[in-house]
Design a protein around this ligand. Structure first.
Ligand code: ZN
Ligand code: ZN
Length: 459
């Protein structure tokens, strides 16, 4: 069989932010368009400035250590950008006067970026997708997020597969907004037009506070259900906040958008950078046994660590343990560690949701020796309060142990239970709570080394 590889051009790559191994980090790649060979220093400065702004902005700031950033020095034949001035009238997204003030009509650039895309003055889009992916696969095949900086001072940008901005004075904030679209799949919280209206984490047609997807935040941090306008179609669609970064550049990400970003971070990576021993089984020969995890820390650190011997808690708050022959016998044991992110930025524990990562090792077991795998279990229970259903959704990787969900009353009397071994991927099921009397109940989530209880209200 013949295989043809179409390689893109090789360019210099600068590592602008290095927090560790690429395969354990989310890799942001910045590329310039409309920068000539002589202007590559400008490009690196512009990329550095965008990266500094991005990682001083919550929640990227707190999770900075989970990211690396690279800048590819893509060389264009000419500086600038295409500006066809093809919309001879003012629109809500730009005036024709501003558009005409920029005189460059065509520029020979590597990704062929253009303004006036799709009939919108300020929509700035790199057109040559093939060139973008060729450059990435040749220079930084490990990329997770593609950010393109176009060498023009005019205001503009776009989201989608590539977060794109110019070098306008607001460009760094525009880039953070566009990365909100392309990294966390967020909607605009301003009205961008009916063609962009869709059910998203931060956009919905649901108006019932008991059912809306950001129910867990309502009433806090100014989260509510705000219509996009007073008449249809705007009045049919709602946002969670009135001044989120996804609405206006002088805002912060609202709680709902912040949480979606952290969810996406933990969908892509775990906080466990390395661990020892590497294998999943260990022979005990009488000498001390060491177990350790190397963690990627949020700032401030919101990770909690707990070690177990079999089902017994052994130590907390330490990243390594040493077991001596008085603690281990010739019998079979399982050593486990749970790492949990208790950040309040994503409302962990206010009602049932969690970011759980764990490892376990068997001692003196006859299991075949294999490389150990980090087990990931991200879950959410919603809504609370509830009338009809209590939904449990989870995303799992490599989880071996069964979990039990138990609904009981406040006296501990069991009402419903379900035991399941999490399957890889994202799954959801729901408990029918229609027949419960109104009042307060408990939900208990339990595995051999995990035990959390939450109260919920049946309305
Ligand atoms: Zn937007
Ligand atoms: Zn928001």
């Amino acid at each position: 069989m013949f295989q043809f590889n179409l390689w893109g051009q090789v360019f210099d790559v600068e590592v602008v932010m290095d927090n560790g191994a690429n395969d354990k980090r989310i890799n942001f790649v910045y590329m310039g368009d409309g920068y000539t060979e002589m202007q590559q220093t400008n490009f690196i400065n512009d990329a550095q400035s965008a990266i500094d702004a991005q990682f001083n902005f919550t929640p990227y700031k707190e999770y900075k250590n989970f990211f690396n950033a690279f800048a590819i020095k893509v060389i264009s034949n000419e500086e600038g950008v295409d500006h066809p001035q093809s919309i001879p009238e003012d629109t809500p997204y730009g005036d024709y006067d501003d558009c005409q003030a920029f005189l460059i009509l065509t520029a020979d650039t590597y990704f062929n970026s253009t303004f006036d895309y799709n009939g919108i003055h300020r929509l700035l889009v790199p057109i040559n997708n093939t060139a973008i992916y060729d450059v990435l696969s040749t220079n930084t095949p490990f990329y997770d997020q593609i950010n393109i900086i176009v060498n023009t001072g005019e205001y503009g940008g776009s989201g989608g597969a590539f977060a794109t901005t110019s070098i306008h004075a607001s460009a760094n904030l525009i880039m953070i907004h566009e990365i909100g679209h392309s990294f966390a799949d967020l909607a605009d919280e301003y009205w961008a037009g009916e063609q962009y209206a869709a059910e998203k984490t931060n956009m919905t047609q649901e108006t019932d506070p008991a059912l809306v997807k950001w129910k867990n935040w309502i009433g806090d941090e100014n989260i509510g259900i705000y219509a996009h306008g007073s008449s249809p179609p705007q009045s049919d669609w709602h946002r969670p906040h009135q001044s989120c970064m996804m609405k206006q550049l002088n805002g912060q990400f609202c709680a709902v958008c912040r949480e979606a970003t952290i969810d996406q971070i933990y969908t892509l990576v775990t906080p466990i950078d390395n661990f020892l021993p590497v294998e999943n089984t260990v022979d005990f020969d009488g000498s001390d046994l060491n177990f350790s995890v190397d963690l990627i820390l949020p700032e401030p650190n919101t990770l909690e660590i707990e070690w177990f011997i079999d089902d017994i808690s052994y130590a907390t708050e330490v990243d390594n343990i040493t077991l001596t022959d008085t603690e281990i016998t010739d019998e079979t044991h399982v050593i486990s560690v749970n790492i949990e992110d208790t950040t309040t930025l994503s409302r962990t524990y206010t009602f049932a949701s969690g970011y759980l990562f764990s490892l376990s090792w068997s001692i003196n077991n006859t299991l075949s020796v294999e490389e150990n795998q980090i087990q990931k279990f991200l879950y959410k229970v919603y809504p609370n309060p509830t009338q009809n259903h209590l939904n449990f959704s989870y995303t799992a990787e490599y989880v071996q142990e069964p979990f039990t969900l138990l609904i009981s009353d406040l006296q501990g009397k069991k009402i419903q239970a379900k035991t399941f071994t999490p399957e890889n991927g994202t799954h959801e099921f729901s408990f029918d709570v229609n027949n419960l009397e109104t009042g307060i109940y408990m939900l208990n989530i339990k595995a051999s080394h995990y035990n959390r209880s939450f109260k919920f209200i049946k309305e």
